[in-house]
Write a protein that binds this ligand. Structure first.
Ligand SMILES: Nc1ncnc2c1ncn2[C@@H]1O[C@H](COP(=O)(O)OP(=O)(O)OP(=O)(O)O)[C@@H](O)[C@H]1O
Length: 261
């Protein structure tokens, strides 16, 4: 099956003093290729654990994950990951950072520079291609992280709270950039955020998770991001009565889940 299939996934960590922590329980979800999936939920509800399983950084204790029909058994070039702490190499320039993964995979210099430059252009940083990344602003560095995740042309883009450290104006700009890249490249995105407004704006599929054990309590199909891609203004979309109503509903759902446990 195309897309992302999460089959009855459970994750149990061995906690301190032998106590076990059930970070995820019976998570069963399917998403078609090209969806923009966003996970929200209170701290500790298992969002990062789920992303780590999809990325192949860890194996679930129960269940299975498939990306475009392939069983996830470890990290792979079909999944690009963007972190909040972008883990760039500060002494390398923008293009060498973007090309790093391709270099580690043995791609030749000319070919990897061409592939990297394409992504540097896609995130609007061509003017900075030969600048060391420590000279860039936080928002620009996060764009380098996105370009690096895109460089190997993955089928999926996984993003863990990528804009959490950015000021609100920069954050809105990179939200719009990510939507444009998503719409242009047709990639399946899996995005984690604490910001409900960001979640509603980006998601075509929104999942609300609740903790102890981490589960999916609600799922919404949304089209605000598609309205933006169709030419709508981001501020106007976020001011729509339906957007505001959903924002309050999702915030309530997050608080209700957190309060129970
Ligand atoms: N390596 C680990 N060992 C033990 N427990 C862990 C480990 N990683 C996470 N946990 C626990 O698993 C649960 C889910 O953690 P996770 O980081 O996936 O949640 P989250 O929703 O991403 O949280 P946040 O929003 O704060 O980043 C939490 O109770 C956490 O304390």
């Amino acid at each position: 099956m195309d897309g992302l299939r999460i089959e009855n996934v459970g994750v149990t960590y061995a906690g301190r003093g032998g106590a076990e922590v059930t970070a995820l329980s019976q998570v069963d979800l399917g998403f078609a290729r090209g969806e923009f999936v966003v996970a929200v939920g209170a701290s500790g509800c298992g969002k990062t654990t789920l992303l780590s399983c999809i990325a192949g950084f860890m194996a679930p204790s129960e269940g299975h994950i498939f990306v475009n029909g392939r069983h996830v058994e470890g990290p792979g070039a079909d999944r690009g990951v963007v972190f909040q702490k972008h883990a760039l190499m500060p002494w390398l320039n923008v293009i060498d950072n973007v090309a790093l993964g391709l270099r580690l995979r043995g791609m030749g210099r000319a070919e990897r520079h061409e592939a990297a430059m394409k992504q540097v252009r896609a995130v609007g940083l061509e003017r900075y291609a030969t600048h060391p990344v420590y000279q860039l602003s936080g928002g620009q560095q996060q764009r380098v992280g996105i370009a690096r995740a895109l460089a190997a042309n993955p089928a999926m883009l996984l993003m863990d709270e990528p804009f959490g450290a950015l000021d609100s104006l920069t954050r809105e700009q990179v939200q719009e950039l990510v939507l444009q890249i998503w719409a242009r490249e047709g990639k399946l995105c899996f995005f984690i955020t604490h910001d409900v407004e960001e979640a509603l704006f980006l998601a075509t599929e929104l999942i609300v998770m609740t903790p102890s054990p981490g589960r999916v309590s609600r799922r919404y199909q949304l089209d605000f991001g598609r309205q933006y891609i169709a030419g709508g203004s981001a501020r106007a979309i976020k001011s729509q009565p339906e957007f505001i109503r959903l924002r309050e509903e999702v915030i309530d759902a997050i608080h209700a889940g957190a309060a129970v446990h």
